[in-house]
Design a binder for this molecule. Structure first.
Ligand code: 5AD
Ligand code: SF4
Length: 472
């Protein structure tokens, strides 16, 4: 039997959950005199936001409406992130704040799920110290929500589920998407890279790819519904296809999606530089619907640190890739993630990162101070640099990036660019906000009806956070 078949949650299992959803729905209608309302908040990355849409889909099936106020909610769900300590602390803070709310309204339900909950140490802590939490389920148990909720509402004890194992593919869950213009489309789950600082491989399991036909039919449906942007998601999209019975890689998949007829564009994230092939770059160049932008996290500009991070590429190899992409795709832009203060990093090594960002000139940087994560290799490495010093380095990096960003933004002045209008602007009445291919904000005055379409704007003025222009 191909490996992939064993990795899928069966139709029968999904059908059983849908039956639980029906039973939970009828119990809830006895419990409340009003239609029950849920507040769902997802922390962290787009993958987690995408999981949040599945959670909302399941809850809608159970009969929940949605509120963005905890005070009005009969069910509060925090879909958590474990990637850095501050994300984790925020969750504990938010859960602590629910204690008095629950005392006042004992029939409110509280559920915690996502990456933090996949860790035994965290779910044990919730068990012991947060007795008012009703449901705890990890990333591998998301599809069990109807059953867990049904059990709890029918009077069983608090429900904990963080199913061990490598993780499986779940197809066919109902979805409630957050937007109507841009959609996330997961193509693969999990990560096998084990970068030494990162908790993701431990909480999201082994790499597993969705079948191309499932992805394509979801993409076609999104286009049919009028979505204008599809972001293909995976922790490492460049290893898409490994383990599938048919030979297919991420470039092939991009080409197939690009072939779908309609007025839409394609983004993808995240690309790991070690697997970003020339074939992928040539594919982007060929596919007119793919945005001319790559998020290509470099993490560090020092070969010694990259090795200690287990990133498996060198600065030189990375720069070659950037240069090749620039050669094949004129006007392509890049963004990146950077970690400052990895254990043992010296100031000189940190300065190599600054040199690298000056060389590449990223449109956007997502910068983080290293945060030790339990169970990862880096957590046991010597880390002598004080936090205050790391913050100083980070400020130094951000100051350099600000200059680069300012210059790149200024270069836009006088240019006519295509943007996807995606909402109201921040500049006042009549202003609309849009995004460029590099995902930068552009504001312009236009009728509200332009929201949801591609338009061209002539840029007249630019600040670091956005540029401003007029419709062409
Ligand atoms: N500390 C700081 N940043 C981290 N990231 C992942 N793990 C850690 C950590 N332990 C960052 C990386 C990754 C991004 C999603 O989060 O830069 O690319
Ligand atoms: Fe974490 Fe590295 Fe996997 Fe990204 S590629 S999720 S940083 S282990």
């Amino acid at each position: 039997m191909p490996e992939q078949v064993q990795q899928a949650v069966s139709n029968q299992e999904i059908a059983a959950q849908m039956e639980y959803a029906g039973r939970a729905k009828s119990l809830l209608s006895q419990r409340y005199s009003h239609p029950p309302m849920a507040y769902v908040h997802s922390f962290g990355c787009q993958q987690n936001q995408s999981d949040g849409e599945k959670i909302k889909g399941l809850l809608a099936q159970i009969g929940y409406g949605f509120t963005d106020q905890v005070e009005n909610a009969d069910l509060v769900i925090y879909n958590t992130c474990a990637v850095r300590e501050n994300a984790q602390d925020r969750v504990f803070g938010n859960v602590g704040a629910l204690k008095p709310v629950k005392q006042e309204r004992p029939d409110m339900l509280i559920g915690l799920c996502g990456c933090m909950m996949q860790q035994n140490s965290v779910s044990e802590k919730i068990k012991k110290s947060y007795p008012y939490v009703d449901l705890v389920f990890g990333t591998h148990a998301l599809h069990l929500l109807p059953e867990l909720l049904f059990r709890r509402v029918s009077g069983e004890k608090r429900q904990f589920s963080n199913a061990e194992g490598p993780g499986r593919i779940v197809e066919g869950l109902p979805l409630r998407r957050d937007g109507s213009i841009k959609a996330n489309l997961p193509v693969m789950y999990g990560c096998d890279n084990f970068c030494s600082y990162c908790v993701v491989p431990y909480v999201r399991g082994r790499e597993r790819s969705r079948r191309p036909e499932d992805i394509l039919s979801e993409a076609r449906e999104l286009v049919r519904q009028g979505y204008r942007e599809i972001t293909l998601l995976g922790q490492n999209v460049n290893s898409y296809g490994k383990g599938l019975p048919e030979p297919v890689d991420f470039s092939d998949l991009l080409r197939e999606i690009n072939r779908i007829e309609g007025d839409f564009q394609i983004r993808f994230m995240t690309s790991h530089p070690k697997d970003c092939t020339r074939k992928l770059i040539e594919t982007i160049a060929d596919c007119e619907k793919v945005c001319r932008h790559i998020h290509l996290p470099v993490q560090s500009g020092s070969n010694r640190i990259l090795k200690a991070m287990n990133r498996r590429y060198t600065v030189e190899g990375y720069l070659e890739l950037i240069d090749y992409a620039r050669k094949c795709i004129p006007g392509i832009t890049f963004s990146s993630d950077i970690i400052v203060g990895f254990p043992g990093e010296t100031y000189e090594e940190f300065r190599q990162t600054v040199e690298l960002i000056k060389r590449v000139r990223y449109h956007t940087l997502y910068t983080f101070i290293y945060s030790p994560r339990e169970g990862t290799k880096a957590a046991s490495m010597e880390d002598p640099i004080p936090e205050k010093e790391k913050s100083r380095w980070l400020r130094e990096l951000l100051a350099e990036q600000d200059v680069i960003r300012g210059e790149l933004q200024n270069n836009l002045i006088g240019k006519t660019i295509r943007v996807l209008a995606d909402g109201e602007g921040k500049s006042g009445e009549g202003w609309i906000s849009g995004r460029t291919a590099s995902n930068d904000i552009v504001e312009f005055i236009a009728p509200k009806e332009t929201i949801g379409s591609f338009i061209t704007v002539e840029i007249e003025r630019a600040l670091n956070w956005a540029s401003f222009g007029k419709l062409k």
